[in-house]
Design a protein around this ligand. Sequence first.
Ligand code: ADE
Length: 228
Amino acid sequence: MKIAIMGAMVEEITPLLEFFEKYKTIEFAKNSYYTTSYKGMDLVIAYSKIGKVNASLTASTLIEKFGAQKLLFSGVAGALNPSLKVGDLLVATKLAQHDLDITAFGHPHGYVPEGSVYVETDKALTVLAQKVASAQNIKLLEGIIATGDQFICDGVKKEWIHSTFNADATEMEGASVAVVCDALNVPFCVLRAISDAADMDAGFSFDEFLVSSAKESAQFIIAMLDEL
Ligand code: ADE
């Protein structure tokens, strides 16, 4: 079984590389891919750089070039649901692109013909995540993630994404990874630890909590590997 673990920023995969210690580095398409093995599984780890295009390229590469059969995304997100606080963990049930807009042609936000507003994640991986959470006595929220090529740091925009997509958190890669994995039939999950509240203080909060929240998410992913 070959498993891909993907983040967007170097801070999101550093805790993984530190944990696995020994890995091989392969350069491809202006990016680095790290391969190792763990408990009989082959792992390939990468961060994509920020945004949907970079994330799509990396997810496609992890699957098509490295042969990943499952993909686990780990990283941080801004909270839209007021009950989510910095450090809380969220696993996506489905994801949408909040900045995809052809409403001029009568379509809903996030929709393009032959696509769908939401892409669902793999239910078995969500069940596994909940199993790990209850074993570790961690509260893990299941919810909707809205993705776009924007760092959300504005109350009005935040509320619009929250209400339009019924989304619990926002980030900049998940839905594009979801589109790729869905198209290529690869089971995937998107796990995010909250780094900020996507409000006017989001930039400061993100800078303060990126490393600690990214580590929480990465540690949870390692615990999931133990159960795979
Ligand atoms: N990732 C973490 N926080 C975010 C925010 N506020 N907007 C977009 N992506 C994020």
